[in-house]
Design a binder for this molecule. Sequence first.
Ligand code: ZN
Length: 342
Amino acid sequence: MSLRIEVLSGLGDKAPAAILVEAEGRRLLLDAGGALHPGQSMAWAEGLDVDAVLISHDHIDHIGGVSALPAELPLYCTGEVAAALPSGREWRALPERGQCRIAGIPVTTGQAGHSLGGVWLHLGIGDGVFYSGDACRESLLFPFDQPPPARVALLDASYGSYDTPQAQCREAIAQRLSEPRVLPVPVSGRALEMALWLDELGVVWNLDDACRAGLEALLRLPRTLRRQGHDAAIRRLLDAARKDSPLLWLVEDRDDDPQEWPAHRLLHTGYLTPRRQRQRATGEVDWQRWNVHLRLSHMRALTRQLGVGQVIPLFTTEVREVSESLMADEPAFSEEGSDAVG
Ligand SMILES: [Zn+2]
């Protein structure tokens, strides 16, 4: 079967995700990413001609470009992700974990371990094409499902060759919570994991209405789409009385500026826009990563498990380094320690 893959956007930088896959004359667009910051190019959407678009998850760099697509273009996503579509946009259901056929191409989906209702995509073209969307194998909350074998893998390499375990990230963040802090986070994903972690940490903290709504959405998910053992804690968080003046806030990331929180210091834990990179450089804000993407060991394990012959690292400037590292003829990767929570 003929196969052509063109990364329209997302190759060589942390940029909007848009990947064109063409097989036997059928053309699928994988993700329709929007700009992460002003000035990021959206040229990928110009003159696009595809049969359908599949959306992996509801973060702006994967779904934010939907409004630039023709309204009549068939769009597939999970029910949770559909809530983030432009108002009135028609969509068709993509299974959270299962199989379907889109424009004649067999599609398998599974949980990507990254966000509410977020999936990876596997296309039954030739020996298989795997696209991870954004994925993580360290989430306390979101499961990561093992995909079927694939000859070609388009992987979330947002962290490049970074390989620090999540446990170390949590430890480093905990050490920074002794002063008044605000943690701006994406609601559909990191916010919910951090909420449960803060709850276990036993510190005094509060969450805004958006994060609270995210926890409610999490409880509405089918039980198999979240790791077990957290439901009682989530309910307790939702029932808890509001605290008047907490030192520690978990809030939806609305591009907050330090001036909006004069009594607190902002602690960012994810992607920094150029503006925030400048704020960090001048000491206005702090940053300590909380892993929500695949780190190098986990990309390597996945590459081995898929039986990949060609890997395309996405969303990173380290394309060649990561690619060479993943495809190097190293001894079989030890499973031990590679996937701490499954
Ligand atoms: Zn994401």
